[in-house]
Design a protein around this ligand. Structure first.
Ligand SMILES: Nc1ncnc2c1ncn2[C@@H]1O[C@H](COP(=O)(O)OP(=O)(O)OP(=O)(O)O)[C@@H](O)[C@H]1O
Length: 211
């Protein structure tokens, strides 16, 4: 029997006595893209952090290829690439150093040629050796996104990947998502942007904001 990709069953979490979501169930298989939508404060980041193994504030089940995330954490994290909504980089390091560091953390062996190619793809040619604190917000975000091209994964979990990215860059990222999904990858992302990718995709809307 083919194991499913990511499976979420009856997930519940709250914050300060406010239920963010309950009885949330869905499945995301290879070659599928799922957008988590909802207003500010509705719990999108909270959900993504749970699914990225960064928060255990929940009840319910998260399964990867049929096995519980809690019992199969190492294997799951080896197949996951999570990019949170922050810059996600060390400001004192250069883009190249950041990628070396990210790859080392993940145990992904990449030559500088591969890393420079990744930085080239995200439009950072010429900025490879500059400290990240001297880059713009969008350029810093691009350093983080360059990890898409040098860390092997079957599942991308991306929190607001388009933040601070210019219009041309947004189209490029949408293209990367499409290519990854076409190649059998799975993508779960949040965005307030109207997503335009070449595949059909699903949307789950979390509840109304209390802000
Ligand atoms: N570290 C925290 N401590 C206390 N409450 C928190 C924390 N993080 C989130 N929350 C609460 O959880 C709610 C959901 O936050 P979350 O970041 O998941 O929302 P979101 O849907 O991602 O919002 P946005 O669209 O603004 O990014 C927030 O309204 C906040 O009240």
């Amino acid at each position: 029997m083919l194991n499913s990709g990511l499976e979420v069953k009856q997930l519940y979490t709250d914050r300060d006595d406010r239920v963010l979501f309950s009885d949330l169930s869905f499945q995301l298989n290879a070659g599928q893209l799922l957008q988590i939508a909802g207003p500010n404060g509705s719990g999108k980041t909270s959900l993504l952090r749970i699914l990225a193994g960064l928060s255990s504030r929940y009840s319910g089940e998260v399964l990867w290829q049929g096995k519980s995330l809690q019992k199969n954490r190492h294997d799951y994290l080896q197949q996951l690439l999570y990019i949170g909504h922050g810059a996600g980089i060390k400001a004192v390091l250069s883009p190249l150093e950041n990628l070396r560091w990210s790859c080392a953390l993940r145990g992904a062996e990449n030559s500088d040629v591969v890393l420079l190619d990744a930085l080239n793809k995200v439009g950072l040619r010429g900025f490879e050796e500059q400290p990240c604190f001297s880059l713009s917000a969008g350029q810093q975000r691009r350093v983080n996104l360059a990890r898409l091209f040098c860390i092997p994964a079957q599942l991308w979990i991306l929190d607001e990947p388009f933040t601070a990215i210019d219009q041309g860059g947004v189209c490029e990222i949408e293209q990367w998502l499409s290519e990854f999904v076409s190649g059998g990858g799975s993508v779960l992302l949040t965005t307030h942007h109207k997503l335009s990718v070449s595949q059909d995709f699903s949307v789950i809307a979390l509840g109304a904001s209390n802000v």
